[in-house]
Design a protein around this ligand. Structure first.
Ligand code: GCV
Length: 666
């Protein structure tokens, strides 16, 4: 087994331990001391406080409430809520479930680790209720050990088509529970080869064992499912969701699966997408497919999470009417209201695919009667492969705060996925994760801020991107104020800087095909994936207005009118919605072409500033962390320069319009 960093569970000794108050006793109330999550919470508290403050508090249990198991959906947030208050010479954590106690324990450990005063943090009593019922990580890990879009080594779940369970498995559960994650999907949504057999006795024992470990930290186990299992492992000739033979096969299969893996909470399904099989093959709808499976797993209190990433990936670039951005909406809205209660539709944040800037998917605010979950990606597929630093929490804050105008109140994406808007029992947020078996888990050490931050934000959407970043830095790099400020100055603007030196004004996609790292302005222009910028010598952008593909009109008003008008559309998305001349003047007062030049030069210059800031930390932080990020910055600068020069040269050559400031363009 490879060695690995402890990240925010390092629990290093604290100098300012007086600040942390007198923690002679910890009172735990509302739960049974025999609950296995409570036991893990207590072990965590004891180990953490001993390591950080060298104290050994005694634990006192108050009266236990009824024995509560957290089931999918049913009042999950109530049961995971916790309250911490000061009691006698110590602290009390009160909750209705072991998970609540665990989150409370990690809250205390975080307070101590960040050297905040325990007195101040809890004097008024602190109650935290998770913002979202499901706070999930989606692993795109394959059973051969590779990871689709993985940039931090190999899988720590699989090796040579076997499931690996070791100390790292448990530490992973601890790490993600500490930030509030309560669900993981352990295999790639592209379920192929050995992964199709995860629902057979070849893997049941290991999966049952893994499920138990995760359950001990309040984490539900989910798997991605091969929609065509009936054919691929069942020997049937069909996967038609309305075919009785198919339904019967799934009934028998699910009875076996849930008996053998009692902790299993459900499945994630990618169907009819990028070559994966699905109900369309049989002339059935996405709802037919999802409901068939959901009805069967309902008997086991399980759910089906069905992805909305369904689009035609064999488009003709000459065709200007078919618009990939419309696909999710067109494929899923007609059945709004038909999806059964234990189906959740999982929707990528944007209508395309995790570009550095996209509008919010119009499915949010479009679906009015369906359980919904947001899917974001912390694996930096299009945002720098964990080579370039790109702290994504500011973007996720924008996504969550987007007003969909789907109702009079509670109409933001955050409201929808928390279950507030629709009163839904099943909802939440998932991130395609950025972990692997690298020493530091995430390749670039600073990419750990996205793993940490996603969990924290999913648990409490009111936290600011700044607070989350600061916690990460204090807990995993240094408490030295100079270091904290410098790392925050690197993390916080990094997403905007990445956007500046890559693709402008919401256009996206100018990446190297297949790998998705590095610049290739026309890489996806004459391809089949529906990903075009439509640049010629006069202008650039995709007309998605009422005169073009009509995509802008899929939003509720006033968003539809705003996006439909080049004058009202926000600058950062204007080329996503409009085809404009290079001389078009933006709200910023700059022309499109000058914006392209300026942002690219600025973005590259700012990336150099970030790297220099990092260099200033030499000797002030752990050498291994310093070297790791330094090496990534060297690659980032090469990448940023290529982007800057290629994009500027491309558009200068297309448009013939020189840079007002006369800078060097090739
Ligand atoms: C798991 C994009 C990625 C694929 C990924 C797919 C998806 O197309 O490039 O690697 O497949 O999204 O989200 O299903």
């Amino acid at each position: 087994m490879k060695d690995y960093a402890k990240l925010w569970l390092a629990y290093s000794p604290k100098k300012n331990n007086r600040e942390c108050g007198d923690l002679k006793k910890i009172y735990i109330s509302g739960v049974s001391e025999n609950d296995k999550i409570v036991k893990n919470a207590v072990a965590e508290l004891k180990a953490g406080l001993k390591a950080m403050l060298d104290i050994e508090p005694s634990i006192e249990y108050g009266s236990a409430g009824p024995d509560i198991k957290i089931q999918n959906g049913k009042d999950m947030q109530d049961k995971e809520e916790y309250t911490i208050s000061i009691k006698d010479s110590g602290l009390e954590i009160a909750a209705k479930s072991g998970a609540g106690i665990l989150y409370g324990a990690f809250d205390i450990l975080r307070t101590v680790a960040c050297e905040e005063s325990v007195e101040k943090a809890y004097a008024a009593g602190k109650t935290v209720r998770p913002s979202n019922p499901l706070r999930m990580l989606n692993h795109w890990d394959n059973m051969d050990g590779s990871i689709e879009r993985g940039y931090s080594g190999e899988s720590f779940f699989y090796e040579n088509n076997e499931i690996v369970i070791d100390e790292r498995t448990k530490d992973y559960a601890r790490l993600i529970a500490a930030v509030g994650i309560n669900a993981i999907v352990i295999n790639n949504v592209n379920v192929k080869q050995a992964a199709s057999y995860m629902i057979t006795d070849r893997y049941f024992d290991k999966l049952a064992q893994l499920g138990e470990i995760l359950a001990g930290y309040g984490i539900g186990l989910y798997m991605s499912l091969n929609y065509a299992s009936t054919i691929e492992i069942g020997g049937l000739d069909s996967a038609d969701p309305l075919d009785e033979k198919v339904i019967e096969w799934w009934k028998v299969k699910m009875a076996e699966v849930f008996k053998k893996i009692p902790t299993l909470k459900g499945f994630l399904v990618k169907a009819d997408s990028e070559g994966r099989p699905g109900p369309f093959t049989y002339g059935r709808t996405q709802a037919d497919g999802a409901n068939m499976l959901a009805d069967i797993v309902k008997d086991y209190d399980a759910i089906i999470i069905w992805r909305c990433f369904v689009y035609n990936c064999k488009q003709d670039w000459r065709d200007r009417k078919t618009d990939r951005a419309r696909a999710g909406y067109d494929n899923f809205i007609p059945m709004d209201g038909d999806y059964h209660d234990n189906v959740i539709l999982q929707i990528k944040n944007g209508p395309m695919d995790f570009q550095i800037r996209e509008p919010i998917s119009p499915l949010f605010g479009g679906l009015k009667k369906t359980n919904q979950m947001l899917e974001v990606q912390i694996a930096q597929e299009y945002t720098g492969h964990q080579i370039d630093v790109c702290y994504l929490i500011p973007e996720f804050k924008e996504i969550l705060g987007f007003k969909t105008y789907c109702s009079e109140k509670d109409d933001t994406v955050a409201d929808i996925i928390s279950g507030k808007t629709l009163g839904s029992r099943f909802s939440g947020i998932a991130a395609v994760t950025n972990t692997g078996n690298d020493f530091n888990w995430t390749g670039n050490y600073l990419a750990g801020a996205n793993l940490y931050g996603f969990g924290r934000l999913a648990f409490d959407t009111d936290l600011s991107a700044e607070q989350i970043a600061e916690e990460f830095v204090r807990m995993t790099i240094s408490e030295n104020e100079e270091v904290v400020s410098a790392v925050l100055e690197i993390l916080l603007p990094s997403r905007e800087i990445y956007e500046r030196y890559t693709s402008p004004l919401g256009i996206g996609w100018m990446v190297t095909p297949a790998t998705h790292y590095g610049c290739s302005v026309d890489g996806y222009e004459y391809d089949r994936w529906g990903t075009y910028h439509r640049a010629d010598h006069l202008g650039i952008g995709v007309d998605r207005t009422d005169k073009g593909t009509g995509y802008a009109l899929l939003y509720n008003e006033p968003n539809a009118s705003m996006y439909n008008s080049p004058d009202d559309c926000p600058d950062e998305l204007v080329l996503f919605f409009h085809h404009l001349p290079y001389t078009h003047v933006l709200h910023s007062g700059k022309t499109v072409i000058q914006h392209i030049y300026d942002t690219h030069f600025e973005g590259y210059a700012q990336a150099r500033e970030l790297a220099a800031k990092w260099d200033s930390l030499k000797g002030k932080i752990d050498d291994a962390i310093f070297d790791n990020v330094k090496e990534r910055f060297e690659r980032q600068l090469y990448n940023a320069r290529e982007w800057c020069d290629q994009v500027n040269s491309y558009f200068y050559r297309k448009s013939g319009i020189p840079d007002e400031k006369g800078r060097e363009i090739w």
